[in-house]
Design a binder for this molecule. Structure first.
Ligand SMILES: Cc1cc2nc3c(=O)[nH]c(=O)nc-3n(C[C@H](O)[C@H](O)[C@H](O)COP(=O)(O)OP(=O)(O)OC[C@H]3O[C@@H](n4cnc5c(N)ncnc54)[C@H](O)[C@@H]3O)c2cc1C
Length: 494
């Protein structure tokens, strides 16, 4: 279905567009909303369950979120605190979506699973102890357990310890971790949206151009079935096209876009379907990030629940690609994105990041034996015949002129034309913080939706702590109450 104009148009049907569209429509039920999706189905790219790790990122096990060691040996945890708080916003909104019937059974998209940080070697053991000491001081992480006893780690994650020699080991565990099927969640939110008055979703429609005309935006959209080009006008555009966002931004002619470049990084998983092995692992076990690898590279061994079955997943392995999207991308995406205005940014980035480029090429050239060796760092007794290699999603890291060749792996909201257009740059920590990203877009581009008493009250219903700082010690009680309520509704409580 396709309208010729709307108050809000969203390009792409991943978790970012789904979250923003659903929240905006709840804030103002009178708004007309249009979603365009190039694929034949909804949320098939990075948000689909097989294309990401499904980790509800909350800083519980991701050692890379707390990398800095201070001169006194302590560990900084600010980034982990920020991501934890953002994930609370997500859980609050999802629990509201369940309670209000926007989505169905929470078990279809979220499960509780312990999050474990695991290290070996004396230096890393020392680091994990310091990290744990810093984290348990805060009310978010008070329940975090630490052990340096291999037998105890073997109880938490037997596969990780069986057959391991006598090296020093350490692990932290948080029982309240989660696994999320972001694709399923996005599809349910969008199906709810499609049922609302003045809302419409058109799949099989590729947006090919976005132009500012007068006070509005004009999109040129190609129907892939008929080949027909149609136009759509809207007051506000959200470019939630994942890897497809940069090429679309380049069609706008906005001065802010000049100099932006894209750097695609493919992902791959090793997957095991053997139910006897899968039944012996009930955790997400994250290790340390190998030197020179991007944040995509922190390896982890996870239990997943996809297509109604349990699987073990290990990775991600990086891979070299020139495509910006796994399903709808073309090999010409990267060369096609090179323009006079961004060629120097791209070249400088290639020179500045030689270690990263070498890492990616090395990952692409590695054999199954190399991948199994990496897996055995987590599961020493792993047998090659139990594992298969599958393609994950593609992340397109945006490179900016002002970063002088450096590549940052965070996520950033790009805002242009007086806030009438927003897009997402970057890829990490991704889907887990989609609700906070929607909040940020609303605050900076659509503040009128929150200004009225009614808008504020509606937002408080959806995300009760959206205007509170639950990181503060004095907010520990508020955090405990709101977390318990969300976890009960999502059926992930203890
Ligand atoms: C290997 C890997 C592991 C990850 N693990 C995690 C994890 O454990 N936890 C986590 O929180 N995040 C994780 N992420 C990140 C997360 O998957 C992404 O941040 C998130 O899914 C991005 O959602 P999105 O809506 O922006 O993009 P997408 O889900 O990619 O959606 C974009 C949509 O736009 C469509 N589109 C593109 N161009 C056009 C166009 N021109 N016209 C119309 N439609 C278009 C695409 O077809 C697609 O459906 C991971 C990512 C990767 C690659």
């Amino acid at each position: 279905m396709h309208r010729s104009d709307s108050d809000i148009v969203l390009i792409g049907s991943g978790i970012m567009s789904a979250s923003l569209a659903a929240i905006v429509k709840r804030l103002d039920p009178g708004l007309s909303v249009q979603v365009f999706e190039v694929a034949g189905g909804l949320s098939q790219e990075s948000s689909d369950g097989w294309n990401n790790a499904g980790t509800g990122h909350a800083g519980l096990c991701e050692i890379s979120y707390t990398p800095a060691r201070e001169a006194d040996g302590s560990v900084k945890i600010d980034r982990a605190l920020g991501i934890f708080e953002q994930f609370e916003h997500s859980k609050q909104f999802w629990s509201y979506a369940v309670a209000s019937g926007m989505v169905g059974d929470p078990k279809a998209f979220i499960h509780a699973v312990p999050h474990i940080g695991f290290v070996h070697g004396a230096d890393d053991v020392d680091f994990l102890r310091a990290r744990h000491a810093a984290m348990v001081e805060h009310h978010f992480f008070r329940a975090m357990e630490l052990t340096i006893d291999g037998a105890r780690i073997g109880e938490w994650a037997p596969l990780v310890m069986e057959g391991r020699g006598s090296v020093p080991v350490a692990a932290t565990r948080m029982e309240r971790g989660t696994e999320v099927n972001f694709g399923q969640l996005a599809r349910e939110l969008l199906l709810w949206l499609a049922d609302q008055d003045r809302c419409s979703i058109a799949t099989g429609h590729r947006v090919v151009r976005v132009r500012h005309v007068g006070q509005a935006w004009e999109l040129v959209v190609q129907c892939l079935k008929s080949g027909e080009m149609k136009s759509h006008r809207s007051k506000f555009v959200f470019v939630g096209a994942g890897g497809g966002s940069l090429p679309l931004l380049q069609t706008t002619g906005l001065p802010e876009v000049a100099g932006l470049g894209g750097f695609p990084i493919g992902g791959q998983w090793l997957v095991c379907d053997d139910s006897e092995i899968c039944d012996r692992h009930n955790a997400k076990v994250y290790g340390t990030t190998p030197p020179a690898s991007p944040s995509l590279g922190a390896p982890h061994l996870d239990i997943r629940r996809l297509d109604g079955r349990r699987q073990l997943m290990f990775g991600p392995f990086g891979s070299w690609t020139t495509k910006f999207l796994k399903n709808s991308g073309r090999w010409t995406d990267l060369p096609g994105s090179v323009q006079l205005s961004n060629i120097s940014t791209l070249l400088r980035s290639a020179i500045h990041n030689r270690a990263l480029v070498r890492y990616l090429v090395g990952q692409a050239l590695q054999s199954m034996d190399h991948r199994m060796a990496a897996l055995r760092g987590f599961y020493p007794m792993a047998n090659q015949q139990d594992w298969r290699l599958v393609e994950a999603g593609i992340r397109v890291q945006t490179i900016k002129k002002q970063d002088r060749g450096a590549v940052y792996f965070g996520t950033e909201v790009f805002r242009a034309a007086g806030g009438s257009l927003a897009a997402l740059l970057g890829a990490s920590p991704g889907a887990s913080v989609s609700v906070s990203i929607a909040l940020e877009v609303i605050k900076i581009c659509l503040p009128q939706l929150l200004d009225s008493t009614d808008g504020h009250a509606r937002m408080k219903q959806m995300i009760p702590t959206y205007d509170e700082d639950i990181k503060r010690a004095s907010s520990a009680g508020l955090f405990a109450k709101s977390a318990a309520k969300a976890e009960e509704l999502l059926q992930i409580g203890q």
